[in-house]
Design a protein around this ligand. Sequence first.
Ligand SMILES: Nc1ncnc2c1ncn2[C@@H]1O[C@H](COP(=O)(O)OP(=O)(O)O)[C@@H](O)[C@H]1O
Ligand SMILES: [Mg+2]
Length: 257
Amino acid sequence: MIELKDITYKNDGKIILDKITFSVKENEKIVLLGINGVGKSTLLKIVNGLIFPSDGRYYYEGQEITEKKLKDKVFNKFFRKNVAMLFQNPDIMIFNPTVYDEIAFGLKQFDFDKIDERVNYWADIFGISKYLNKSPFDLSGGEKQKVCLASILAIEPKVLLLDEPTSNLDPKTTGWLIDFLNELSITMIITTHNLSMAGELADRTVVLGENHRVLYDGKVEDFLKDKDLLIKANLVHIHKHRHNGIHHVHYHVHDWD
Ligand SMILES: Nc1ncnc2c1ncn2[C@@H]1O[C@H](COP(=O)(O)OP(=O)(O)O)[C@@H](O)[C@H]1O
Ligand SMILES: [Mg+2]
């Protein structure tokens, strides 16, 4: 469904992504893992057709996604309807006066019928029905995130791109979101810099290293067992200290935000 071939992205001559190659099958879920600055958000924006690689190719359902291709109105609508992204910061997605309008917006844009019914259905799923007539700007970070996700899922995309979706959420909402995403059977790429979160989100991970290349592509559980790779990804560090005069070495997971 998604095929990335030697994707390189440069900004002012600086390499932000270096020859990234991997594919995602229909209904497959992957976690894009790596520490801050490795290029996760940049890669999601490429997959979302918001920016374009300096080099390499991106295919969605066998069709190469280029700036020129997305200028075609019919193709653009097809692509935008099918590939949707939840940004890390919900504030940049929200722009409608009410939560109702926020969810209805995409539905109208993509010519859905029964808009009222659909808005109510998604608001109910996300537990935000009581906010439908309120301004989304007055909601908490977690509630805004839910409004954004409801608006996106309402248009029934085939691919969902989520950029650090749990980073603004409290533990309870994080747990709810993880369960919710696990039940959804659509193609997903979820980014995180949180090692403990990776295994909760998917079985497969693509790990980007500090050299902006793919460091690992495979099962999350195998990656978590590979101390050398974890250190290479800078996701853990070796911590040496003394317990009762005895030197002790262990690994610290870099999970603090
Ligand atoms: N618009 C931009 N202009 C200049 N540099 C950018 C821009 N966006 C991202 N970068 C740089 O690209 C690198 C990767 O960023 P990003 O994709 O946000 O990484 P991640 O999401 O993994 O933290 C970082 O070094 C960041 O400073
Ligand atoms: Mg990011």
